[in-house]
Write a new protein. Structure first.
Length: 108
């Protein structure tokens, strides 16, 4: 942080804006809980609201908005591991282990 008063004032203003937005999203969360959505829609609404609140907290209060290179690297690594874990069951179901070979089935 710089000790320049204008820079401090700018940071405080940003914190106040994020605080106000967090209050708005909290009110949206309470309002959304009053509606009786179908389960998939309710989950989607809850995840969107939670993602917005979490990204604001991470970007501003945790000062991650200044760490562009590290954040993008971590995000790309997360996406790569997500797809690896997503493909792992598919690849293990296609390997043929535990099924037996056609040659052993013909001997019986």
């Amino acid at each position: 942080m710089h000790s320049d008063p204008a820079e401090v004032q700018k940071s405080v203003r940003g914190y106040m804006i994020v605080f106000a937005m967090l209050m708005v999203f909290t009110i949206l969360t309470v309002a959304a809980s009053r509606f009786h959505f179908a389960v998939p829609i309710a989950i989607a609404v809850a995840l969107v609201i939670a993602a917005m609140k979490g990204s604001m907290v991470a970007a501003v209060f945790m000062h991650l908005s200044h760490e562009k290179r590290w954040i993008y690297g971590t995000l790309i690594l997360t996406v790569v591991f997500f797809f690896v874990l997503l493909m792992l069951p598919v690849l293990t179901s296609l390997d043929g282990l535990g099924i037996g070979s056609p040659w052993t089935a013909a001997r019986r």
